[in-house]
Design a protein around this ligand. Sequence first.
Ligand SMILES: [Zn+2]
Length: 84
Amino acid sequence: MTTTVVVERLVQLPANNCPFCLQENLVLTHNSSIEFCIHCLNCRADGPIKPTAEEALDAWNQAGLTQEKVIAEAVTAEVARVTS
Ligand SMILES: [Zn+2]
């Protein structure tokens, strides 16, 4: 059983908006084994689970960058397809 506890709102932390729903409604959570992850209150997405809040934040931000890169590559491929 996992108990998720909201420990801190990320108002002061440089978290990217949620890569899934693009909202900023994020909280830092930890479970009963004191591992941290960023959680989106809007779409309930969870970031990677990490042993520290800082690592969880970094992993969340990298996940966002990855998502943007995937979207950018998809757009580039579609433009190439349409214009060829
Ligand atoms: Zn979200």
